[in-house]
Design a protein around this ligand. Sequence first.
Ligand code: FEO
Length: 394
Amino acid sequence: MKPREIKPGIYWVGAIDWDRRLFDSLIPLPDGTSYNSYLIKGSEKTALIDTVDPAMHDVLIDNLSEIGVKSIDYVVANHAEQDHSGAIPQVLDKYPEAKVVCTPKCKGMLIDLLMVPEEKFITVNDGDTISLGDRTLEFIHAPWVHWPETMLTYLREDKILFPCDFFGSHLATTDLCVSDEGQVYEAAKRYYAEIMMPFRTTIQKNLEKVKGHAIDIIAPSHGPMHDKPEFILKAYHSWAFDEPKNIVVLPYISMHGSTRKMVEYSVGALAQRGVTVKQFDLAATDIGKLAMALVDAATVVIGTPTVLAGPHPNVAYAAILANALRPNLKFISIIGSYSWGGKAVEQLAAMIPNLKVEILEPVLSKGFPKEADFKALDSLATTIAEKHKEYGFA
Ligand code: FEO
């Protein structure tokens, strides 16, 4: 992808990764991603905001050459994760006069991760500025979006916020700015769920911090830019601040059909009582979709057979993932079948210490579910519907 001019003297110079399908060897990328890097020319100095994934460093270097960049004064590293910092060594090779500008914590990480020499750094505190001549970079420390060292860079005169991962989306597109809000909402919510949700309370603080700045454009380092910032600010506000909704997420595994029968029955019973249910077969599901569903859910009901005296390993994986994502859940229950006993419930409960939830009475059926089991599932559905009503989850 060639460089694109955003405004006179400000360019997108990143790389589009159309074919990447997995991030962190964990997160599915159904729509690829981009590593956005931005070049800002001031009347006296030039700055590069973030770089790209090391696998695509040549694209960034070619883009800088194409717009005739002869020297770079500052390479701003908003975040030390390698998909943004990984090409810093190549940029410093090509532009040896450049200094890396980052938070003190980020400096240590870049030395550890990329072996950037100590003398290459300028560290900045919250609120510090660097003048490019007729343009000013202001640095806003914003820890835990989603690592401890993160900051945002605000280009004052142009009212452009460069927030790196914050407000980003894994989406490969030729659109410089959001053109399809529905598509970007979905991708940005998936991204929020996967890496921002565990830090919801610090996200809330950072959203408040951003409010103090007049913003015309949000230029994240993944996905398209927001030239109507209200769209993404409103979405983030809702994901980070809203109470859970009247939703049950039901991830499950079934081996011989007994747990599936209980899942199907429960979905119907909950729906009859006015509760929205999102059902995920963990043998096939995209975990990004499961993570997105957890953003809004008040309750999770896990469906698992008992395997080798414990929960099915795929269910254990989903429980550990949910524990790491720390959604704003209020209730959890477990349903499923067993044939000769086991400790599925106790083991699953031990896997979710981060979730501050009330555990509702599990329903375990010995073999294929029978009348008494269906009655217990009806009772669980009634309890969930009543709890949601009592808490005002709509
Ligand atoms: Fe896009 Fe946290 O890196």
